[in-house]
Ligand binder design. Structure first.
Ligand code: MLT
Length: 404
């Protein structure tokens, strides 16, 4: 008789953004006359840049001709894309990453969830708290997290590293030694960043204790300040302890297009076995590669025109972030983030829980944000507002909150 993977049954509730979407749907059904503004899930609203559209059209035309038609893509990605990623994202920043260490995928979310598969179930994970829920949830599904404490909202076998105002939302090295360390900077949800010297400490620590860092740099395009690393490979020694996840969703608006990549350096080994080979094996077995036309669109992200257009797009969202940050501050909220990231993080007023504040904003201002507690127990009494809306909607949403 078939048996379930009962790890799935241990998961509390539904995925954070599914719960948010359900609550908004129910509210809209009950109040069809209200204009609800959604600044919750980090989904972009600006259209794809012209250089990307042009490249997509050209690739579609190629697929319509026998001479240029392409079938299965190479498992690990087309060379034209891996080459340009290695050059522009890494080598031009002084990072030693080569094209054959880049694995192209359909996005950072699936890589973030799947990467744990190449590690033993005995590994203990450490996560920043709060953080993108996919890291913990995917380890729960795998059966690596122990038992769930409903009151504390924590897993017994997960090391939570609180990210609070007191530590500028940057985790401290935990007392208990982890095997896998998930770090995300610029951070989702807090919008906080890590300085290069701080990240170097993590790299040194991981090399010392034999841990692997899974570094999610999906928001690196939003870094505006000096001294903030765009990649973990800017740190010395990262090639022997770190995997990096990257996305095209936020820097190029590919949330609906789907493209990302993961870097697994060949020097990263456990007991002498390179992880590169394991991830390549997984990719080869479970994945048929991102579509040709999408990889061509990804290539256009790095063209001169693409770079200029995307810089303008990021600036557009960051203008929203500034409006959100300043507006909420003027309204008396304690806010952070929004300078090197498209997320503004606020403390809920009057000690409201994150979900109470969610309901309050939805009901009184018809604005949707994301409850901080959905990202981890230390996110309780916090709330995330994203900068990915249109400027007009962002202004209207913040002005409504200010008027409460
Ligand atoms: C978020 O809102 O946290 C992200 O958009 C979710 C994602 O990228 O999957």
């Amino acid at each position: 008789m078939a048996k379930l993977n009962d790890n799935y049954l241990k998961l509390p509730g539904s995925y954070l953004f599914s719960t948010v979407a359900r609550k908004v749907r129910e509210y809209q059904e009950a109040h069809p006359d209200k204009k609800v503004i959604k600044l919750s899930i980090g989904d972009v609203t600006q259209p794809l840049a012209p250089a990307i559209i042009e490249s997509l059209h050209a690739a579609v035309d190629e697929m319509g001709k026998a001479e240029t038609f392409r079938g299965y893509a190479p498992d690990l990605g087309y060379e034209f894309l891996r080459d340009v990623i290695a050059k522009k994202d890494y080598q031009e920043r002084g990072c030693n990453v080569s094209a054959d260490e880049i694995f192209v995928s359909d996005g950072a979310k699936s890589d973030a969830a799947n990467i744990q598969e190449i590690f033993s179930l005995d590994n203990k994970i450490a996560v920043g708290d709060p953080v993108y829920p996919v890291y913990v949830d995917s380890n729960v599904m795998a059966g690596r997290t122990g038992t769930y404490d409903k009151v504390k909202e924590t897993w017994s076998d997960v090391i939570y590293m609180p990210c609070l105002a007191e530590n500028n939302f940057v985790p401290e090295i935990p007392k208990e030694i982890p095997d896998l360390i998930y770090l995300c900077f610029p951070n989702n949800p807090t919008g906080a960043t890590i300085k290069k010297a701080q990240l170097q400490e993590w790299v040194d620590y991981a090399n010392k204790v034999g841990a692997v860092i899974i570094y999610d740099a999906a928001y690196e395009a939003y870094i505006s300040e000096e001294g903030v690393p765009h990649s973990i490979y800017e740190c010395e020694g990262a090639r022997t302890c770190a995997i990096e996840l990257r996305s095209f969703s936020k820097n190029a608006g590919f949330t609906g297009v789907r493209l990302g990549f993961t870097v697994v350096p060949k020097d990263l080994k456990i007991d002498g076995t390179p992880l590169h080979g394991l991830w390549a094996r997984r990719h080869g077995t479970k994945y048929n590669g991102a579509p040709y036309i999408i990889q061509r669109a990804g290539e256009a992200v790095y063209s001169e025109a693409g770079q200029a257009q995307l810089k303008a797009q990021v600036a557009y969202y960051m203008k929203n972030a500034k409006y959100i940050y300043n507006g909420l501050k003027e309204a008396g909220y304690t806010v952070s983030g929004g300078v090197n990231a498209p997320y503004v993080w606020l403390r809920t007023p009057g000690n409201m829980t994150s979900w109470e504040f969610f309901d309050y904003l939805l009901d009184k201002a018809n604005v949707v944000g994301t409850p901080g507690s959905g990202f981890g127990p230390s996110g309780e009494h916090y709330f995330r507002v994203n900068a990915f809306g249109s400027y007009e909607n962002t202004v209207e949403a913040i002005d409504r909150i200010k008027a409460l």
